[in-house]
Design a protein. Sequence first.
Lengths: 434, 184
Amino acid sequence: LPSRILNAAWGLSLLGYGVLAVWLLAHPASIPTDDAFFFVKGVEHFSVLEFRPHFPGYPGFIALGKLGVFLGGEAQQAVFFLSALSVLSLPPLAAWAAKSNGASQLGALLIFAVTLTQPFLPLVGLSMMSDGTGIAFLLAAFAFWGLGRNGWGGVMAGMALACRPSFLVPVVLAVGAVWFLQKDRQGKLMIGFLGTLGVFFGVVVTLEGVSYFLEGVRFVEGHFMTWGNTALAEDIQRGGWLDSFTREPIAFGCFVALSIISVWSGVRRLEYTPLALAAIGSLLWTLLAQNPENLRHVLLPAVLLSLLMVIQVTKKEAFSLATLILVQASILIPVVLTPVKTSPMEEVIDVLQNYPAGLVISNRGVAYLRSSLNQHRISDAFYKQSTIHLADEFVDGSVWRLIASPGSPKHSSIKAQSFGGRVPGEMSLWLLAQ
Amino acid sequence: VRFLLAIIFAMSLAGQAHAYSYAAAGKEVLIDAREAIFKAVNAGDFAAAQDAAHSISIEIGYLDQKYAPGLKGTVQTALGSKDAKAIAAALREVFSAEIKRRLEAGAKSLNDYQAAKVLVVKSKRFFDAMAAEVPGPTREAIDVGLRKALEAIGNPGVFGVGKKPADPVAYKAAVTDVLKALAQ
């Protein structure tokens, strides 16, 4: 590609990057979910048993959040900026990882642009969660491994897991592959990786004791077995990845297209085994073991698969990636042109604060609602039968149901107020008065 | 490759969805029984409610003996009255007694930080499962009391750094506040 065009494309990408950065950081630090609320509580005071935050504790993320507080922020701001800045670090880190693994100038540009325009990047940035931070450290690990610095790569991979333990499968696959392929520098890799994990989780186990492991058993079992489709299900549209596709057809379609072309091209290049294993591993893990309702989960496989592609990009692949970038950009441009606002959950709380004491039935943000709305009773819709009985005791007009739904709820006769998501993939909330 | 992709997508479409209601306390017989009792009551089937209550008769008997004298009778009377409100009130008493049991066990374990912490946290989780049963301000008072109880059990710190001894007087005061608010 002529350098004039390359420079112009870089200029355009950097302009887009600047716009996204300003837009993301202009948002108020408002809590969107209970998970985010638990992170804020964890930065204030760490205790896994008390869901500050929930298992496995995310000690790397909490430590960075505490650093933010130490630098003068409040816990809520610290978590927000950590999450937003992590996401903003992804395009340059991905370009660095590509370059250090031998990508061309064009490859670096493509990965920068394809990461920047990821449709769910703003979702992760505003989520106040650790996904972006975990991905950032994993990209740094690949960058260091590409430079042959296995020790630092190990430290970064350890940090990725300390921030985002659910990345276990791709991280362990990558570390294992580096260990297996580079027999001369295994020691440094393992010291860096296990040492970092040892420090963070060692502190957690020292603080929490045996109960940490008991909570782990309960939590993992709960994640897979118990927290299924919860109560009052007739109003709640829940499902697998197919429903995610119907919720965000173009954005999710981009992910499917990227998966297909990158798996296709990646299979031909098995010499990049650590990255290939991590990318395919994260794709499988996300599709099979993550909650399809949370579209932020697709960001990790999307970034890793793109990285896999750009390292030895062919003309055909570059063309398909460029097309993908244009489609993705067309999704995000209208998003960054909308005014910033607080999260749907925060809006719901603002509305409910104006009503006298009543009953709020919800299976979203129950802990955050309870801590924010002192006058109301908040019933966890998980306990379906007790909730139904409780609702009978209230007079009409003082019972609200809070549900998340991509479209309008089925009972159109009920007075419903909607609170739209801010970015692609953020669930809209509906407050139904009855 | 096509075959692989087809398998991936076919499997992922069959995947189940999870809602994140961590308050689901797990295998707690009292919580499960409460759901079963209300299911029967909501359907107007009071015989089934009696059967469901029978599944926790050992637990109720124990709480009656040690922590809440008369509890057994209250539950039986409520179920016999076939009055949903009375049954709900009796179940609230059962839950309160269970919280009392855990917090008083915590008082006896104040020399063992981990054990005391687990007992207080478990009582908080148990309270979360019944928090909708009490008015908002009462919920807040109980949450504050439980937080004070947690603070009162002290902290061993990390290798002694940040160590704080347990404060039995503060613990007792916090538990009294919680039980008083629960009895309202």
